[in-house]
Design a protein around this ligand. Sequence first.
Ligand code: DLL
Length: 433
Amino acid sequence: MIYDEEFETLPREALEAIQLKRLQALVEKVYATVPFYKSAFDEKGVKPGDIRSLEGLRKLPFTLKQDLRDNYPFGMFATSMENVVRIHASSGTTGKPTVVGYTRRDIRTWAGLMARTLAAAGAHKGDIVHNAYGYGLFTGGLGFHYGAERLGASVIPVSGGNTKRQILLMRDFGATVLTCTPSYALHLADVATEEGIDFKSLKFRVGVFGAEPWTENIRKEIEKQLGLDAVDIYGLSEIIGPGVAVECVEAKNGLHVFEDHFIVEVINLETGEPLPYGETGELVFTTLTKEAFPLIRYRTRDLSVLYHEPCKCGRNMVRMGRITGRSDDMLIIRGVNVFPSQIESVLMARKDVAPHYVLFVDRKGRMDTLEINVEIDEGVFSDAVKDLQNMEREIEKEIKDLLGVSCKVHLVEPKSILRSEGKAQRVIDKRKS
Ligand code: DLL
């Protein structure tokens, strides 16, 4: 179902007219209210009145994560704190948290976008949403919560943790929509099996999974183990939280970006030049309707690709491909650029290992080392050390063939890798500590 038929199916021209009007109002506003933007615009010699077309966006400066840190905590807000009704923050791996604020209208906008998101994923009024995204400073829990209520579904604000009890609640309440990170979805399935419950016998029809990278193979694995349609959702605290882009359940092929609220660009990492449709680069977003914390050309460091071919669901907005990595999670191992997602694709293409792994990167002397712990699939019964060693060598060869780096693979016992209730940590780079 299309929740916001009027906007989600707008012809390109009408959509761009709305974007331009909103962009012009936005630049006026941030120039007048956010000292950071006044000086960034002045430095580039651009005035709000110079933005006469959407192409004019290219004249505007980028905003970097560092700019948010420099203005910690509330320095980027475009309204006085009196109008801010909600604060969220994301911790990140280093330094200060990134702090974001919402006015009352921002919360309404966000709820509307999340209702669209859930509807695109196939949820509707009457559904029971088991919301296992974390509640708190993280935007996942409350973002889904408000969206589900707006849609008219019943939401169970279960948050992360206490997995056994979650299984019980899912079964007894008959939830039909599951919302959590993809890694937690797999963990839920494992725990259900341990509890003697076949996850597939539960009432779930669809799952809306995001907040961390995952791959097509993980999607297949989740769909097989959980017996539901697994849909990808993308978002980040800085832009609004979840609700920036989502796949439709009809096609499950690329995430529709809600372009009446966000302008999306993909840029070349080195030059900062916008790239044409179909080319991979860094995603950059400009928020068009946010009041408390608007952002101009925010560099997300997430890598993806945009395409504009029409989708069979009828939505007209540009689609982005699955996130294939982050510009800052790229590991350089002995000079070779390696994205964890590439290693995951090798592992997940195999039937004999489970979708649970950790990469350890270290330096011995002058040599970078890469070791991979991956759980053996429970269905593989061989205890013969020789068989397991052969499997390890085989995986090492596949990785070497694909990426050109040698590594050491260790098969570990099923369920021995720590499960996360939120975002999974899959890379431990000891060179950084
Ligand atoms: O993760 C918001 C969110 C909540 C999205 C629930 C989806 C579902 P942050 O904690 O600020 O916000 O983290 C944002 O997570 O820049 C990406 O690197 C990553 N990320 C989010 N969704 C996806 C996805 C939320 N579908 C950061 N695929 C982003 C890959 C994702 N990475």
